[in-house]
Design a protein around this ligand. Structure first.
Ligand SMILES: *[C@@H]1O[C@H](CO)[C@@H](O)[C@H](O)[C@H]1NC(C)=O
Ligand SMILES: *[C@@H]1O[C@H](CO)[C@@H](O)[C@H](O)[C@H]1NC(C)=O
Length: 421
């Protein structure tokens, strides 16, 4: 008598290996067709054992990139070249300290914000009637993060920051995102985009870095498009027109002006590129905007060669850009891009050299000096440097009233006064 079980047995003999084989196939298929998400930086090993006295390397990207808790001494070890702009500004005011009266005289133009760090808390003292997008909010959050993660107490300071592209004009001490070489009285602070630049959907800076890393992991250098990419609004800026004109007709050029208005109704258009899509090209062009352009700090996350005209505007990290020698991490052309064609021909002929420059770019910026850890160290160094040449603020005004509104309320209400409700 053949029961159902004896009939199934020979079948099993064949189906089990077949089932195994198809599992194996499925596994390969998933592996090939579904990209694994790329983690940036690679996850830091979690070690629950009590920390031993360790002999540490000065900088370890995987271990340190998101460490907000570095001491001042540790910041110096990890980022020895980062604080040049702060040292410079301190030098300027060494014998001529910042005064309360000086801050009182600063004109409250659009993007102005006055604030105070007092006993490890951030207070907003005054703000202009008009903000510049969400920049002041972003900067307040960044400052706040640097305060609440500080393992050491920070000094009491009062300061004014300006969030407009151009913050100079008058010689009072102001914190700004950028300065020209001759605007020596400005104190450079990290750009608002290191917190987030949500309006053009660039997003938070860590998001830019994670997406750029994902693109670079997918596309090895040799697979990247062997062209110079640039997309941007013209804004009737001469240097942008010069770049477009000089690139026209060259095989290596993929340089186009777009306007948000034209592109608006057809979002499927290929003309607008996301930040990480720039990383698919070996060469990425940089141009300044109204003053500096935050494009640069985003491009510095690509394993690509940045080709920039001579810059007029400095940001807090620009002194780390090297245009020649073994540590070269970008390519500099004339202020009007006139020598771009020869430069591109030379770069294309020396691919290994370009690959080296791109590698230096990533190692210097994405994997070191533009990490969240570096930004936080910079802020705290700025607080300390500024305090060393500045007055100490009063918490109360002459009538005994609080001078400032805690940041925690300000970032919710986005104003200094309101009626209770
Ligand atoms: C700095 O130089 C620029 C252009 O060279 C000029 O327009 C500006 O007025 C100068 N600013 C100061 C403060 O000297
Ligand atoms: C760029 O080219 C256009 C068209 O040929 C021309 O009208 C314009 O003057 C050029 N601009 C510059 C800055 O050379």
């Amino acid at each position: 008598m053949s029961g159902p079980s004896s009939r199934r047995r020979p079948g099993l003999l064949y189906t089990a290996p077949a089932f195994g084989l198809s599992l194996l196939f499925l596994w390969f298929w998933i592996g090939r067709h579904h990209e694994q998400p790329v983690v940036y930086p690679p996850p830091r090993p979690i070690n629950n054992a009590p920390e031993k006295e360790m002999i540490r390397e000065d900088w370890d990207f995987v271990r340190d990139a998101r460490n907000f808790l570095m001491t001042d001494a540790r910041c110096d070890e990890a980022f020895p070249e980062l604080f040049k702009e702060i040292d410079r500004a301190v030098e300027v005011r060494k014998n001529d300290h910042v005064t309360l009266k000086e801050l009182d005289e600063i004109v409250k133009v659009k993007g102005y914000m006055r604030a105070m760090i007092y006993d490890q808390q951030l207070y907003v003292l005054d703000a202009a009637a008009l903000a510049i997008n969400l920049r002041e909010q972003a900067t307040l959050h960044a400052i706040h993060r640097a305060i609440v993660t500080s393992p050491e107490p920070l000094p009491n300071i009062e300061f004014v920051f300006m969030s407009d592209d151009i913050a100079a004009g008058t010689p009072e001490a102001k914190w700004s995102y950028s300065r020209q070489l001759n605007e020596t009285y400005n104190w450079l602070m990290p750009d608002f985009g290191y917190w987030s630049w949500p309006e053009p959907k660039i997003g938070s800076y860590l998001e830019v870095q994670m997406k750029a890393t994902a693109m670079d992991t997918k596309l090895a250098w040799r697979k990247k498009t062997n062209k110079l990419i640039w997309r941007g609004a013209s804004m009737e800026l001469l240097v942008r027109e010069q770049l477009v004109n000089v690139s026209r007709g060259h095989e290596w050029g993929d340089v186009k002006i777009f306007s948000w208005e034209e592109e608006g109704p057809k979002p499927e258009s290929k003309e607008i590129l996301t930040m990480d899509e720039h990383c698919a090209y070996k060469y990425v062009a940089h141009t300044e905007g109204i003053s500096y352009s935050a494009r640069l700090q985003n491009l510095q996350n690509c394993n690509s060669v940045i080709v920039s005209h001579q810059l007029k505007w400095l940001q807090h990290h620009h002194h780390l850009m090297v245009s020649s020698g073994p540590d070269q991490n970008f390519v500099e052309v004339a202020a009007d891009f006139s020598n771009l064609p020869e430069t591109m021909e030379r770069l294309l002929k020396n691919d290994a050299d370009s690959e080296r420059i791109a590698g230096n770019n990533v190692r210097t910026f994405r994997e070191h000096y533009l990490t969240p850890a570096a930004e936080t160290c910079y802020w705290r160094k700025l607080f300390r440097g500024y305090a060393s040449v500045s007055f100490e603020p009063e918490f109360f005004d002459a009538k005994g009233k609080w001078r400032g509104l805690p940041m925690e309320s300000y970032v919710l209400e986005r104003k200094l006064t309101w009626n209770p409700h």
